[in-house]
Design a protein around this ligand. Structure first.
Ligand code: AHR
Length: 486
């Protein structure tokens, strides 16, 4: 395949926040995954050193917390102060387990500080109140003399935290209250009125958005709420086939591979549908689209708690993940943030843990390889995606994206074919390119890392040549590669 990259045609910044993460009080994501209460696993203030060190390599730009569905059942006051006095609760959304509230606001900011990431907190609309939400903001961000700010000080934090991203409810149409769009939009107007800016930076208010292709929700919320919000969210998961046929995360066949690729590729159509509605309501593009939950969702691993959403992660997830990230890049005029679900031990995770062991997943390696795109300028790239049909919809054989940052070109390319590699030649028009190197994730379609074999899937060097301004490489079947050109 011949392709052309035009170095002088810049198509806007690829926001680093597209590489955001999500950590919910769900299964073993927070407890065991990130936070431990005894010293059997080395930790700093409860945060696992092995997990934090591995995640730091990803330079995570933003972390969403505490949910998800959990957010609308979460009362922040239960998670502050002396740990032994914090009330217990039942996590009704996720397995009915007891939540001891030992990981609360202070612990979340501690985690963000250790990771060097920005916080994104999702507030409770479903079972909370306007007062509860406005108080939380004051508790976290007010520097002056107020009962709430002083309570924060008594709990060990003198200075306010820096908090920009705040979500007003989660899945209000479902676990967040079963609301109609009209009702939620009215609540959003009310809640956002009372969320004040205490710090230098205004709060970036994120409205609860639609499920998949429910553009009616986006339309109604935008019409009613308009400039009272900075962004509206969207949740769009992919499955082996669909919600009722999620499939196994490891034991799948060719059909499961292609059907999942089609499910992931649907993100393109989904974003296009919401963008159309957003363009009609907000022609100046002031309100962003934030895909704050996405990723591959399969059946839980046999023998694990069905409420814990624990699954494996294979080469299939790395390839589908790259294709999805490219769709976000292509829509960088609206998509400002995305948060893969979820960071540890849940759904399409970066890391799996078992006791004091951790394993890095193919998706972890993908995110590490893609870092060059964060805040890069997207470059025009002409190529043929080679679309094909599956019995679960359309997919593409090749997906590519390129960006430039500090004079370095990052080019990512994935191949969804199980059988056919692709010889690719890219003319680098206008670029003063001197050398190129490449890493690739590939292997058997269901290859994955385990605690016994943690390096089954990891980035390997890929041969790439640069001659007379043309970049040439063979992209293997079932692969995701990142090429760096300097
Ligand atoms: O990520 C798991 C769940 O998926 C979230 O809690 C919820 O928002 C969504 O339905």
């Amino acid at each position: 395949m011949k392709a052309k990259l035009n170095y002088s045609e810049k198509l806007g910044k690829i926001s680093k926040y597209i590489y955001g993460q999500f950590a919910e009080h769900l299964g073993r994501c927070i407890y065991e995954g990130v936070y431990v209460e005894d010293d059997s696993v080395p930790n700093v203030n409860g945060m696992r050193c092995d997990v934090v060190n591995a995640l730091k390599e990803l330079e995570i730009p933003v972390l969403r917390w505490p949910g998800g569905c959990f957010a609308d059942d979460y009362h922040w006051r239960d998670g502050i102060g002396d740990k032994e006095s914090r009330p217990y609760m039942v996590n009704t959304n996720w397995g009915g387990v007891v939540e001891n509230n030992h990981f609360g606001t202070h612990e979340f900011f501690e985690l963000c500080e250790q990771l060097g990431t920005e916080p994104y907190i999702c507030g409770n609309v479903g079972s909370g109140s306007v007062r509860e939400m406005r108080d939380w903001i004051e508790y976290m961000t007010f520097d002056g003399d107020s009962p709430l700010a002083n309570e924060r000080r008594r709990n060990g934090r003198e200075k306010p935290w820096k908090l920009k991203f705040f979500g007003i409810g989660n899945e209000a149409w479902g676990c967040g209250g079963g609301m109609r769009a009209e009702y939620y939009a009215d609540l959003l107007r009310q809640y956002s009125t009372y969320l004040k800016d205490y710090g230098d930076e205004p709060l970036y208010k994120i409205a609860c958005g639609a499920d998949k292709r429910d553009t009616d929700w986006t339309d109604k919320v935008m019409k009613s709420v308009g400039g009272r919000m900075s962004a509206i969210s969207l949740h769009n998961y992919s499955f082996e086939r669909d919600w009722d046929h999620k499939g196994s995360s490891v034991d799948f066949d060719e059909h499961g591979w292609y059907s999942n690729m089609a499910s992931a590729y649907l993100m393109k159509e989904t974003i296009a549908a919401h963008k159309k509605v957003m363009d009609e309501n907000d022609p100046d593009g002031k309100i962003a689209l934030i895909v704050d939950e996405w990723g591959d969702w399969y059946d839980v691993l046999p023998g694990t708690n069905p409420g814990f959403l624990y699954q494996q992660n294979t080469v299939r997830d790395a390839v589908a993940g790259m294709m999805t990230l490219h769709i976000f890049h292509e829509n960088n005029d609206r998509v400002y943030m995305a948060n893969i679900a979820q960071m540890i031990n849940v759904l399409q995770a970066m890391i799996l843990t078992e006791g004091d062991q951790i394993v890095l997943t193919p998706t972890y390696h993908l995110f590490k390889m893609m870092k060059g795109h964060m805040d890069g300028e997207r470059l025009a790239l002409d190529y043929d995606e080679k679309p094909y049909d599956t019995d679960n919809g359309k997919a593409v054989k090749i997906s590519m994206s390129a960006s430039e940052k500090d004079g370095v070109i990052t080019l990512s390319a994935c191949n969804t074919s199980l059988t056919d590699g692709e010889d690719i030649e890219i003319e680098l028009s206008g670029a003063d390119a001197k050398n190129a190197s490449a890493l690739v994730i590939t292997g058997e379609m269901n290859a994955h890392n385990t605690f016994d074999e943690p390096d089954n899937v990891k980035p390997e060097n890929m041969v790439v040549t640069l001659s007379n301004g043309v970049l040439s490489f063979k992209l293997p079947a079932k692969s995701a590669a990142v090429i760096t050109v300097k």
